[in-house]
Ligand binder design. Sequence first.
Ligand code: FAD
Ligand code: NAD
Length: 475
Amino acid sequence: GPQVEPDPSKKTLVVLGTGWGSVSLLKKLDAEHYNVIVISPRNYFLFTPLLPSCTTGLIEHRSIMEPIRTILRHKKASVKFYEAEASSVDPERKVVRVLDTSEIRGDVIETEIPYDMLVVGVGAENATFGIPGVREHTCFLKEIGDAQRIRKKIMDCVETAAFKGQSQEEIDRLLHMVVVGGGPTGVEFAGELQDFFEEDIKKLIPDIADRFRVTLIEALPNVLPSFSKQLIEYTESTFKEEKIDIMTKTMVKKVTDKTVEAEISKPDGTREKITLPYGLLVWATGNAVRPVVKDLMERIPAQKGSRRGLAVNEYLVVQGTRDIWAVGDCAVAGYAPTAQVASQEGNFLAGLFNNMARTEVLEQRVRELSGSLNLQPGNAAEISKEIEEHERQLRRIKDIKPFHYSHQGSLAYIGSEKAVADVSWFNGNLASGGSLTFLFWRSAYLSMCFSTRNRLLVINDWVKSKLFGRDVSRE
Ligand code: FAD
Ligand code: NAD
């Protein structure tokens, strides 16, 4: 859009984050009604469902990134973007404090941005539960950088294991890939990893072929706790075929640079301590609240009881405020922290804001018309009719329904071209697992909110990997 200066007659809408929630909002928002400012340390949208595929090079990371500048270019009015982190929000003064945390910094690295309306969509950070060694020695799987780091480390472990004279014991350690957390992230990553090994590494480096091992550790009695029992069993038996070890009822307590220490709960109620040597450890134990969100919660008395994020009402307004909304993983609205929920929330808010703006325009027009009614008595009938029409429209758009989440189902990839799906369609529940589900999984993701450019890139990556194998160069 054209570059214009902020219009003082419009409200300033500040949006924090460029993830699922914020980007869905931005895509649907009629930006001409507001002075829109977007703030995020990441100048792109990341299609997280395919992130596990980037850890093995099945998909190249840039194929699942979409520059925010490209997304914003399609808006009718100009939207400002600042690459920075919101470090705090002051709800009294209605300002956001922002900080440039990227490598290159100019003379100004910190400033304040005032808002009339604020949307918080900063997502969540990785939970570590304060377990010693996690931050220092493990890899998370949330951002592009995490996937790149893992990809590099897998190959480093493999090449180091193949080094001349390496002892059997050390080869076993280096080729032991441990995943902590049996939620969808951990399960999908374990599946991708095993595929990588079966389809490529084994052929390229046959000498170490029989030593590669993947172990998935989960504290609860089973993996994928949010899926149906049937699909949990299907996943567990598929993993057995794939030779992925699942250790359930096993809680990790400590991590060192080469070992992971855990406690197994035995059926008789006793506990057993174990120590497993590893080469690569991926930590996928779910979400924790970001500091900026925690800080904001402490400033709002009504948020006192909330632990997992900003408590919002059914219109996604942050409880205890009038002009702050929250979407996605940082909001507590009673739904799971998923992309599906975040994008529906973002969509909802866009509709709400578009409505609010249209209401204001119509109300302004009604005021003008009412004023002219006295000045032009000859046109009274016509003007009254127009007023009536506007008021009818106003009643219709003011009747905004609260946010309602519509669950489209859960899908997870589990390796060897199989996926599991819990889908509720046709008034019934469909639980399915297998290769057809895998094709469904792929097409579902391709058809999701994704640009044509990204779709082509992902298809290209899939075809390339199928024909030539994954690229095992270590960057
Ligand atoms: P995010 O998408 O995480 O976006 C947060 C944004 O805020 C980012 O742009 C970030 O850079 C920015 N930000 C962070 N800190 C600040 C700050 N201080 N100031 C300003 N901006 C900030 N869900 C599904 O439904 N289906 C799936 O298949 C699926 N697969 C997943 C696979 C993986 C590997 C992972 C990690 C998650 C997956 N999820 C999936 C969950 C889904 O990605 C999240 O629920 C979703 O990203 C939440 O959206 P969000 O907008 O709240 O946060
Ligand atoms: P999660 O919260 O779903 O799972 C984390 C798991 O780690 C839990 O099962 C927990 O019991 C376990 N755990 C915690 N501490 C542990 C410890 N010390 N030792 C062993 N196990 C421990 O986390 P996730 O998989 O990262 O998912 C986060 C969110 O993103 C969820 O809402 C999920 O639905 C969504 N997501 C969805 C998909 C998909 O739909 N395909 C994929 C990835 C993520």
